[in-house]
Structures are given as C-alpha cells and as structure tokens.
Design a protein around this ligand. Sequence first.
Ligand code: SF4
Length: 417
Amino acid sequence: MNAPATHRFGPEPRHVTRQVEIGGVKVGGGAPVVVQSMTNTDTADVASTTRQVADLWRAGSELVRVTVNTAEAAAAIPRIVEKLDMMGVRVPIIGDFHYNGHTLLANEPACAQALAKYRINPGNVGFGKKKDTQFAQLIEFAIRYGKPVRIGANWGSLDQALAARLMDENAQRAEPWDAGRVMREALILSALESAQRAVELGLPAERIILSAKVSGVQELVAVYRDLSARSDFALHLGLTEAGIGSKGIVASSAALGVLLQEGIGDTIRISLTPEPGASRTQEVIVAQELLQTMGLRAFTPMVTACPGCGRTTSEFFQELAKVVQEHVRGKMPEWKISHPGAENMTLAVMGCVVNGPGESRHANIGISLPGTGEAPSAPVFVDGEKTVTLRGDNIAYEFVALIDDYVETRYRAARPD
Ligand code: SF4
C-alpha cells in the first residue's frame, strides 16, 4: 500500500526580501504583509484628500498613496501631511509620479520632503533620450531626501523601447517565445533593469520596492513568480485595473491569494473601482480580509455565517451577521489599544440547528438562531460551551452585549500598577 500523501498546511515560508522602511512602516524582510491603498480625490483639493486619507487610515490602511500630477497637487502635499498630523493621523504618504515627477520634485522641495516614498513608473518617466536623465533625476531626489522608491512597472504603460528591443531579440530565437511571454519579460526587465540603474546611481537596494502589475490573474501570478525568483527586492503586489464590485474582489483575491500562499509579496493593494457612491475604504477592508482569511495577519474579529437556505425563511440571521461584523469592525480601533488580541476572536452567526450549534462551538462566541419550525430560542456558545439561550425581540442587542463582555473579560489590557 502506498504511504499517504503529506499535505502542507498553511502558506509556504515567505521569500526573503530586503526590508524597506517607509515613514516608520517596515515592508519586506519578514515584516507582516502591509496593507496600502490609494486616494481618488484631486490631490490639489487639500480638504477632500486629507479627509479621504484619514478615512483610509481609520479603515486600516498602513500606507496611503496619492497622485502627484500637477504643480498644484505637489504644492498641496505638505499641507495635507501637516493637516493629517494635526488630526493625529499617522500614516506615511506616498507620491505617485508619472511623466513630470522630476519637474514637480525640483519645483516643490517641501513636497519632496513631506512624502514618505516616491512611486516611479519606468514606462512613462520620460521618452527617448530624456528617459534616462529624468529617471536619474527622480532617483537623485530620493537619495537627497533620504526616501525609498517603488519602481512600479505596469502592463498599461510598458516601456515601449524595451518592449521593441525584446521583440527584436525574440525574432532571432531559434524557437521564438509567444508574444505574451515576451511582454511579461519586458515588464519584469523594466522593473529589474530600472532597479539596477537606481542602485548604480547610489540608491541603496534597501530603499527600493518593485512591482510589475498586469490586469490578468494568470499573467500576474506568472510575472510575480518570476520577479520573486530573480531578485530579493521587496515586492508590492496588486492586480491593476481589477474592476468593479465582486469581479474586482474575486480577481484580486485569486491572484494575490496564490502568490501570498507561495510566500510572495510584502505589501498589497487591492485596486477596486468603487461602485458609484461606495466608500473608497472597501479596498482596505478587502485587503485586510484577504490577509486574515489566509491566516497571514489578524485585523478584526471575523464572523462565520451560514448562507441560509430553505430551512430558515427569516432574514434575521443575515441581518444579525451584518450587525455583528459592523459592530466589531467599528470597535476595533478602540479595542486595538484597550483590548489587544481581540482581533483574533472568532464569531459565528448561524441560521438553524443543522450546523448552528456545531459551528458556534468552534467559535469564541457563536449563536444558533431558530430555523423554520424550531422553538423560538437561540442558544449561545462561548468557547465551546452553551452558556445562555436568548429569546424575544432583543436577541441582536443581547448578543452584541455578550460579545462586548467577552472582549472585556478575555482581552482587557493589563493596567499599569
Ligand atoms: S445552518 Fe441551517 S439555515 Fe444555515 S445553511 Fe445550514 S441548514 Fe441552512
């Protein structure tokens, strides 16, 4: 008889990368995977950009990127950083530069100083003969102001000269690669060669993060596996132009989930197109939930809820699951300080007796609501033991109070004597 196959449980060991510090936040080199996001306000509008950065930070974004595309946007950066500081919002701000970054940084030294990192796109830093000089200027600003950079290549703005060179080389091959592979190689080389050039110009490798984003899931996985195997720079993961709604969430999670499982990626951004009127903070919540559901980090207690079925005609358990998730998410900024460890708590809200008691016993606190035809009572389980049965119209209120009591008892930070 064959020996049973052994299956590894959990992610593979993280790829060893150089650690980069961005305004006090460590990325790579074994640090926890960092969640970042990007604003979609006009950066020149100081009030709305400051507000959105603060919202993203409150949602849990550990780095926030803003576009710096005009002289007005560059002039706004020091004011935004100052306002955030006055509000007690301590989050490093990254400037996203395209085409004119060298000019903006030269004309606005206060912007160059206030930013915690510069994002440079090697595909549009300049064209023709200007490309090398303008790239060098950007790197010199990073050296002068002591800032890290992200060299972020993108499928949508690929270095055309490099792509043409690789196409020519490919034509000479005895067995030419397909066009997709040539383009992937161009994207990877754009990031690697630019990083090499930055190092030659004097920027330490510990101040460089790389990304090479595409919008297809399989392409992204292939590109990052390759990039990771060919360098030890810290890597920023993201599926570019992921899309709107569930498509964007699913595509990003599929691509990033595979890579994170393989130990690839030091910081992530989920590039969601917000639904009209929806909050920008959704991309932060998705990034956190991806990392937490994969067991890589814990940010907020997770609610296990059944999908519901014909055994329960009531939507009450769906509403309760929502109330509970929103309650614990809303409390987490306070609990983080007063009740550290509460983010690891697990909760269950279940719709009937079939899986309700079992699933609830697996959680720190779980409730099994009555399905159709069951007695109108909801047993609550705490750390696997049934402790109380809730009845009547106040089940939601009472269950939330039980959660708060549990957090108070189990996670209250030791008070100094
Ligand atoms: S726990 Fe009950 S209500 Fe929920 S999906 Fe399972 S059988 Fe349906």
